[in-house]
Design a binder for this molecule. Structure first.
Ligand code: PMP
Length: 344
């Protein structure tokens, strides 16, 4: 090798540097996510996660500058639950409960069903879901579009034997080759957020996190992300946004928000991780969801509206330095029949 010539390793490193510069340039010119490292995915499940943090520009007051929202609607199935659908199937396979060609059965507010159905298509399983009748018809249609069978049951409390979770478990027991996924008790649910969602937030902010705000349905998101962030920095505040009428802020009463809020404490919720809860009313949450669409171009669901409202409140209150991170769990496309319904 002549003096001044590059070795293969050095040349490779120069090429990678140029590629990174070109990618950054393409990103800034396109104003979008730009050229991603890996352009060909083996299947749709490969592009789950890695969702962006986005600043708010119009809603709220000056406190919005501290808030970053994590847009989970960008997942291929349109919600944060794509992460969990895949994880539940993998854990059922690993434990031997789910065999090749079998059927996944789950009780769902819709998004876990969509995530499971999407993964079931790719991995060769059938899927059956049980959904309470308060959930939007849009999510039911989506599950069906992926080929799932959906049973809609009356929305009754968990102590009632006709509650959707009990019906789903019975269906799994009586269907040959079926396995109950169990998002409300399976450790793989919070563990997936500890392994993916939490580290994404820590790395994208270089650890500049004051507080983390999420809703709790199963509690998987808040428990898994909360545990991860507290392991990184125990001062980070973990805050739950909760519908008025849910047990976490009590007293229990009917509410219209979907996917968040419960009438019991699921096993997957680690209450010790949550520093405090903020109760949000249905109408305020839906108004904020519509504002996020019209003023920020963020088409997200009602739980996102509730969580964004709580995050703006936290941004005013917290003395911690750093960003307030708000999870926006799903797409507004799930709610054309209710929150975004306009007469035409
Ligand atoms: N919002 C929506 C729209 C959801 O579907 C879910 C999942 N049930 C949540 C919030 C809460 O997420 P988690 O189950 O992780 O608590």
């Amino acid at each position: 090798m002549q003096q001044g010539e590059l070795s293969m390793a050095e040349a490779g490193s120069v090429v990678r540097k140029i590629e990174r510069k070109l990618q950054a340039k393409a990103r800034s010119e396109k104003g979008g996510r730009g050229v991603r490292e890996k352009r060909i995915a083996d299947n749709v499940l490969d592009v789950i996660g890695g969702t962006p943090l986005i600043r708010l520009n119009r809603v709220g007051g000056p406190e919005r500058e501290r808030v970053l929202v994590k847009l989970e609607a960008i997942n291929p199935g349109g919600s944060i639950k794509d992460r969990i659908g895949l994880a539940l199937i993998r854990s059922a396979e690993a434990s031997g409960r789910l065999k090749p060609g079998g059927t996944v059965v789950e009780a769902t507010a819709g998004n876990t069903g969509i995530g499971l159905a999407q993964a079931a298509c790719v991995l060769g399983y059938h899927s059956i879901f049980v959904v309470p009748d308060k959930m939007s018809v849009d999510k039911i249609r989506l599950m069906q579009a992926y080929g799932a069978t959906v049973h809609v049951v009356p929305d009754v409390p968990r102590i009632d034997p006709n509650n959707y979770q009990h019906v789903a478990r019975q269906l799994a027991n009586s269907t040959p080759g079926a396995a109950y996924m169990g998002q409300f008790e399976e450790e793989s649910n919070p563990e997936t957020h500890y392994r993916t969602t939490g580290p994404e937030i820590w790395s994208d902010t270089d650890g500049q996190v004051a507080a983390f705000v999420a809703g709790a349905g199963t509690g998987g998101t808040i428990s898994g992300v909360g545990r991860y962030l507290k392991d990184c920095n125990p001062h980070i505040e973990i805050i739950g946004a909760d519908p008025i009428g849910s047990i976490f802020t009590g007293p229990v009463a009917p509410f219209r928000l979907e996917g968040m809020g419960e009438d019991y404490y699921p096993k997957t919720l680690d209450v010790d991780v949550v520093d405090r809860w903020i109760a949000v009313g249905d109408d305020d949450a839906f108004d904020m969801a519509r504002r996020l669409a019209r003023e920020e171009g963020l088409l997200v669901g009602g739980s996102s509206g509730a969580i964004a409202l709580a995050a703006l409140q936290v941004a005013k209150e917290t003395a911690n330095p750093g960003y307030v991170i708000a999870i926006l769990p799903d797409s507004g496309r799930n709610y054309f029949s209710n929150i975004f319904r306009e007469e035409i």
